[in-house]
Each structure stands twice: as C-alpha cells, then as structure tokens.
Ligand binder design. Structure first.
Ligand SMILES: CC(C)(COP(=O)(O)OP(=O)(O)OC[C@H]1O[C@@H](n2cnc3c(N)ncnc32)[C@H](O)[C@@H]1OP(=O)(O)O)[C@@H](O)C(=O)NCCC(=O)NCCS
Length: 307
C-alpha cells in the first residue's frame, strides 16, 4: 500500500478539509487527518486488479443513513492507484461496484476538484454529479469587529420549532434534495432530523435569535473540533447547518454567522471554516461581507448499483 499511497499524496492532501489553511503543515494534514479519515478507522479496504494494475478502494457502510432512508448506503472515501489511465481506473470502479456493493445499494463520494483523474473515471463508470460545494474560511479572528446581535443557545425545548424551520426552508441543491435517488419530502425530514440530533449533542452549539419582537425561527450549528487542535497545531472550528425562516426572520443569516464567529473565537478558534453549494449566492455573499474567503471546492458524486 505504501507505494500506492506515495503515488497519490498530491491529490490526497486536497481531501483535507483544511487544505486551504496554508499555515497548517501539509504533512500533519495528510498523516493526522487524511489518512485516518480515508484509510484508517472503520473503512473497508478492497483490492481490484485490472490489466496487472492494482487499485485499492476504501469505503464505509453508513448504518444510520441506511436505516433512515431505508436504502443500503456506502461512502466511497477514495481510490489508490499508481498510473494515469482513466479507462483502466473506470474498469476497476465498475468491478469494485459489481463485486462489493450489494444490488440496489447507494454509493457516494465527496471528492476535491483537484482529484480530477478520479472524477473523470467515476463519471465514465456511471457516477453522476449531485452537488458542488464551496469551502470558505476565515482567520485573523482578533480583527473581527462586527455589530452585536441578540442570540441565545438553542435547547431541546426548541426542537419542534427548529425542525419545522429546517423542513420548510428547503435548499434544492443540497446533496439530498439534488440527488434524484431521494424523495424530496424524505430529504426535508433528513434535515429536520439533523437539527434534532444537533440539539441533542451532535453539534457543540446551536444559536438562534433572541429578540422579543420576533420568534426564534432560525438556527446555525457549529462544532468546535477541539480533539483535532493538537493534531493540526492550529485551532480550527466549523459552522455546519443553518436555516432562516423567510417569513419571520428574513435577514437573520448574517447576524447568526457574525455571532457564531464571536462565539467560536471566544472558545479558542483561530480559524473557522464552513461550506455551501456553489448555487447558494445569498450564503457566500454574506460570508464574503463578513471577511470569509473562498478556500476550495469539492464535488459529490453518486451511483445506485442497478446491475
Ligand atoms: C440562505 C438563507 C439562510 C438566507 O437567509 P436570510 O438571512 O433571510 O438571507 P437574505 O435573503 O437576507 O440574504 C442574505 C444576503 O444575501 C443577499 N442575496 C440574496 N440573494 C442573493 C443572490 N442571488 N445573489 C447575491 N446576493 C444575494 C441579500 O441581498 C442579503 O444581503 P444584504 O443584507 O446585504 O442585502 C435562507 O434562505 C435559508 O434558510 N435557505 C435554505 C437553507 C440554506 O440554504 N441554508 C444555508 C446552507 S449553507
């Protein structure tokens, strides 16, 4: 495996969610984040040889998604190989799917734009593009100096209301709504479930407006990722999921992002990152207004194994 790993080091670096934070050492990102996430832990390794060339596939079975969507769901993490023949990689992918993924099961991958050879091979093997993501970030947090807004930490008592907001504020271009594999109402329910789990502890913090004149019909979740701070040598946190009611809370998105920036800074973050679809203009307009910058782009591709 070492030779294959070596051959793919350049592309593997871009699988790090922090690849655009240039003050974080590249080797630390590869060794401490990329390799454990893609290759170690719960990932299953499958070797496929085509025309004498070896390909190592790393994938994970997602039990929670499988139960929720009633659809066997697998996440392909990456593929290792040591050549540049796209048609051979495509043949290996087809062989991997036929031999390893059950009939009718669903397989997806999030892949950085820089892994363009594998993107082309996945397309040739029948994967379809369902989402393009833009990853933004901000450092220099000590200079963040925006006006303050009244917010509070949402609690379990907010669950029903925030589930409703998540369900109602549909984003047609997120992975679940964009992928024709999923029923749109089930995709709404997924996001509604996601905020419920976030309030139960999946997120470290959920912010909501706290203004007497308006209902708390918006949320923004974040994870501190403190467990990774020593591994990276920098403190990086992430804003994750948000929705803002266009009926009662219009314009609150920027206020939540601003307040969460203060909160994460106060928790010790030196950098904050977050992602959205390349279609979500209101979102990246707001981030840029608040000093966030574009860092990288990734794509989500999927395939259902209909033999
Ligand atoms: C995206 C969302 C959070 C925005 O909520 P909001 O605070 O009401 O946003 P607004 O409509 O006030 O737009 C925010 C800013 O973007 C601007 N904007 C809106 N549409 C735009 C467009 N197409 N192009 C550029 N700017 C745009 C607005 O003018 C506003 O800027 P301003 O205050 O300087 O005028 C909300 O629509 C939502 O919940 N959508 C569904 C879920 C979602 O997409 N969540 C984010 C996932 S990362």
């Amino acid at each position: 495996m070492d030779t294959l790993l070596q051959a793919r080091t350049k592309e593997l670096f871009f699988y790090s969610p922090y690849n655009f934070i240039r003050v974080i050492d590249q080797q630390k990102q590869i060794q401490n984040i990329v390799i454990p996430t893609l290759i170690g832990n719960k990932n299953i390794e499958t070797s496929i040889s085509v025309q004498g060339k070896q390909h190592l596939f790393f994938h994970e079975y997602l039990a929670w998604d499988t139960a929720f969507f009633n659809l066997p769901t697998y996440k392909l993490k990456t593929v290792l190989f040591n050549h540049r023949d796209v048609s051979i990689i495509a043949l290996a992918i087809k062989e991997f799917v036929t031999s390893t993924i059950p009939e009718g099961a669903y397989l997806f991958i999030e892949i950085p734009s820089e892994d363009i050879l594998l993107i082309q091979a996945l397309g040739s093997a029948g994967f379809k593009l369902v989402e393009t993501r833009l990853n933004y970030f901000r450092g220099n947090l000590e200079n963040f100096n925006e006006p303050r807004f009244p917010v509070r930490r949402a609690t379990i008592a907010d669950t029903d209301n925030l589930k409703r907001v998540a369900r109602e504020m549909r984003n047609d271009y997120d992975r679940f709504h964009a992928d024709t594999t999923f029923n749109v109402e089930l995709a709404d329910e997924f996001l509604s479930k996601y905020i419920e789990e976030s309030l139960k502890g999946f997120a470290d913090v959920v912010l909501t407006p706290n203004e007497p004149a308006i209902p708390s019909d918006s949320f923004l979740t974040a994870k501190f990722f403190k467990n990774e701070w020593d591994l990276l040598g920098k403190n990086v946190s992430k804003m994750v999921l948000s929705a803002v009611s266009n009926k009662t809370n219009k314009g609150w998105y920027a206020k939540l992002i601003s307040e969460m920036t203060y909160l994460l800074r106060d928790e010790g973050a030196e950098f904050i990152h977050l992602n959205t679809q390349s279609t979500n203009r209101a979102v990246f307009y707001t981030w840029e207004k608040l000093g966030y910058r574009l860092g990288s782009s990734t794509h989500v591709l999927s395939l259902t194994n209909n033999k």
